[in-house]
Design a protein around this ligand. Structure first.
Ligand code: C2E
Ligand code: CA
Ligand code: CA
Ligand code: CA
Length: 277
């Protein structure tokens, strides 16, 4: 065999094995990390544009491994979606959020709505929601304070449409809110608005990466107007620059989530941030 080809194949194989090895390692670490509370909930504030006040927060998971340091969701969420562990992790995050809200109630703090991301894996049946409801009830969480973020991609699987519609109906019945995440990141996003009864849309970060052109600005303006006429709240994601804020304010976007206000913060730092606002 051509040694050059052999070398290339060898290199490719090594790369693949490395990736599999890493995935296997992370999979094996999952259970013990869950038990040791190595997964932590960070909160990123959502700011109401009109008042400049914090209007809520999104729970974003972080894996704080004692030896490897912080591992970001991008490095393990796709893997856990594949091997099914994501449902357990989402449930853990949800419980941590319930615990936090319970403490806020206990301490007499102002309650902020907190949103939790739900993987598409939960929507194999509409029964999953009952589990979340039981837990929220156990913690004494009031209605309308927890929101689920469903990423746009789950709405494109024909097999899942009915289940997702039924799940959203149950969410509302159980007193949860529902948000359509990464809105506009795929195609036919508009159609989703008429099929699914969501409370909020989160305009995907990709909309705001290049907003200098008039076309991009017009698209954002029209989407916000459409949402308003459907009585759906709007959140602009990934906002980093003041000029983006000016424009969003001018076109009546409700909320902003992005580094311009704050990165996702550990809970104690988030509480400090809120107190200083
Ligand atoms: P997402 O739900 O779209 O969350 C927003 C992501 O954008 C977060 O990344 C956040 O840190 C980042 N971000 C916020 N503001 C800015 C900004 O101004 N500029 C830039 N460049 N980025 C910004 P993160 O925390 O790394 O999470 C990545 C994704 O992982 C999330 O995207 C979500 O899809 C997933 N994820 C995170 N936590 C969970 C979880 O508990 N369960 C599930 N199923 N997925 C999760
Ligand atoms: Ca989200
Ligand atoms: Ca998003
Ligand atoms: Ca409404």
């Amino acid at each position: 065999q051509d040694p050059d080809v052999q070398q290339k194949c060898g290199f490719y194989d090594n790369g693949l094995t490395e990736k599999l090895k890493k995935e296997l390692e992370l999979s094996e670490l999952f259970e013990s990390s869950l038990k040791n509370h190595d997964f932590q909930v960070y909160l990123q504030p959502k700011t109401e544009l009109k008042s400049g006040k914090a209007a809520g927060a999104e729970a974003l998971v972080r894996w704080l491994h004692p030896e490897r340091g912080m591992i970001l969701p991008g490095d393990f969420i796709p893997l856990f979606e594949k091997n099914g562990k994501i449902c357990e992790l989402d449930l853990y995050v949800f419980k941590e959020v319930c615990k936090l809200l319970k403490r806020w109630i206990h301490e007499g703090r102002k309650l902020l709505p907190v949103s939790v991301n739900l993987s598409r894996q939960h929507f194999r049946t509409a029964e999953t929601l009952k589990r979340f409801y039981d837990i929220a009830k156990e913690y004494g969480i009031p209605q309308g304070i927890i929101e689920f973020e469903l990423t746009e991609s789950i709405f494109f699987d024909n097999k899942q449409i009915k289940i997702v519609q039924e799940s959203i109906r149950k969410m509302h019945q159980y007193g949860f809110l529902c948000s359509l995440d990464d809105f506009g990141s795929g195609f036919s996003s508009l159609g989703l608005l008429k099929e699914f009864d969501v409370d909020t849309i989160k305009l995907d970060r990709s909309f705001f990466i290049n907003t200098s052109g008039t076309k991009a600005k017009e698209v954002i303006r029209c989407l916000i107007e459409l949402a308003q006429s459907l009585d759906v709240q709007t959140v602009a994601e990934g906002i980093e620059k003041p000029e983006q804020l000016d424009y969003l304010r001018a076109v009546g976007c409700d909320m902003v989530q992005g580094y311009i206000y704050s990165r996702p913060l550990p809970i104690p730092e988030f509480e400090e941030f809120i107190e200083k606002m």
